[in-house]
Design a protein around this ligand. Structure first.
Ligand SMILES: Nc1nc2c(ncn2[C@@H]2O[C@H](COP(=O)(O)OP(=O)(O)O)[C@@H](O)[C@H]2O)c(=O)[nH]1
Ligand SMILES: [Mg+2]
Length: 343
């Protein structure tokens, strides 16, 4: 065998061994890692780490435009282009351009410009905290959204959060479309030690919800979180099914669902807005969980969701771990977006 072939074999061999070792010691695939399991458990994501890509793609470009062309009219054109191409949406773009046209002249330094930009983004995202409707009995959260956006993962993270607050959680596996979906939610329930109500795959989702809310009442649960199938919003009959789920919950628990949470994948940009419109018309969305911010430079879509649709963002996903869900905070978002370092 010639030396080149030997070298190639050696490289392939060591890569394979490396992969096997990584598999042995790496975290379980797509599963929440237990903090107690090892000292090397990944640190929970922070706002600053979760927004790193959007910071580079959006804030970085805005500040570069300011540095290079602040003296000319051209800078506002660059701002407009940057905002629009970052999925910020027309309304937020116009609002920001108007504000900065008036205010950026005050900026004597880059730090000033940063602060002005940060403040206006924070203002646009700020929402009056709407007190969620409450009644007697468990608080019911219905989680909807198209396939793969992160519903089940967000439910797991939410359950972990409620549990940390000492609240008794029941999960309801109403995504009966595939057995894998039920298994995925079951794994979260087992990890966290929370109750789950499920049927076989293919079962009527509303029947699962019926059993789920009944069980939650019987067990005096504080929170019920309903997982649903990632149905395509263009299929009207599927939309009808989510409505049926909603009505079923409402018949068993006064005022339920108290919260319809729409999960949106930030990496899908503008497309996410269209989904949100359809879900909102069918169900009346109370709030949005914006996932996968850590994986995209399109985090500016948060501004579009807020300004184009008027929907409050309730949570953001900053990573895949059980703790990588933050309650939305406009100031923290704006702060991380315009943070100076990548700390
Ligand atoms: N990086 C990252 N990945 C996420 C986040 N949320 C969900 N995911 C991943 O997105 C994929 C689909 O999530 P899943 O919960 O199954 O979506 P569903 O079909 O809507 O229930 C999984 O691989 C998740 O680990 C997030 O905030 N950040
Ligand atoms: Mg799912």
């Amino acid at each position: 065998m010639d030396p080149l072939a030997l070298a190639v074999l050696a490289i392939v061999g060591s890569v394979a061994i490396g992969a096997a070792v990584a598999k042995l010691f790496g975290p379980a695939e797509a599963e929440p890692t237990s903090r107690a399991a090892s000292d090397a458990a990944p640190r929970p994501a922070t706002w600053t780490s979760g927004l790193a890509k959007t910071r580079g793609g959006l804030a970085g470009r805005l500040l570069a435009a300011w540095r290079e062309s602040k003296e000319s009219e051209d800078w506002l054109h660059q701002v407009e282009e940057t905002l629009l191409s970052s999925d910020v949406g027309m309304r937020a773009t116009q609002a920001l351009v108007e504000t900065w046209r008036k205010e950026i002249g005050r900026a004597g330094s880059e730090a000033d410009a940063r602060a002005i930009m940060r403040e206006s983004v924070c203002d646009l995202l700020s929402t009056e905290a709407s007190g969620a409707a409450t009644g007697d009995g468990p608080h019911v959260i219905l989680v909807v959204g198209v396939n793969g956006v992160g519903k089940t993962t967000t439910i797991g993270k939410l359950a972990a959060r409620f549990q940390r607050d000492g609240r008794k959680v029941v999960l309801v596996a109403a995504d009966t479309f595939r057995a894998a979906a039920i298994d995925q939610l079951t794994r979260w329930a087992e990890r966290l030690g929370v109750d789950i109500v499920k049927h076989q795959d293919g079962a009527d989702p509303s029947a699962v919800v019926f059993d789920g809310v009944k069980a939650a009442v019987a067990r005096s649960a504080d929170v019920v979180i309903i997982d649903t199938a990632g149905r395509l919003h263009v299929k009207a009959n599927l939309m009808e099914e989510v409505k049926k789920i909603s009505r079923t919950a409402g018949r068993e628990i006064d005022g339920a669902p108290h919260e319809v949470l729409l999960v949106i994948d930030a990496t899908t940009g503008q497309n996410a807005l269209n989904q949100a419109r359809v879900f909102n018309e069918a169900l009346g969305i109370h709030g949005v969980a914006l996932t996968k911010l850590d994986g995209t430079a399109r985090g500016g879509v948060a501004l579009a969701i807020r300004t184009e649709l008027g929907l409050p963002i309730r949570y953001v996903g900053l990573g895949e771990g059980p703790e990588d869900l933050a309650e939305f905070d406009a100031a923290a978002f704006a702060e991380a977006l315009f943070a100076e370092s990548d700390a």
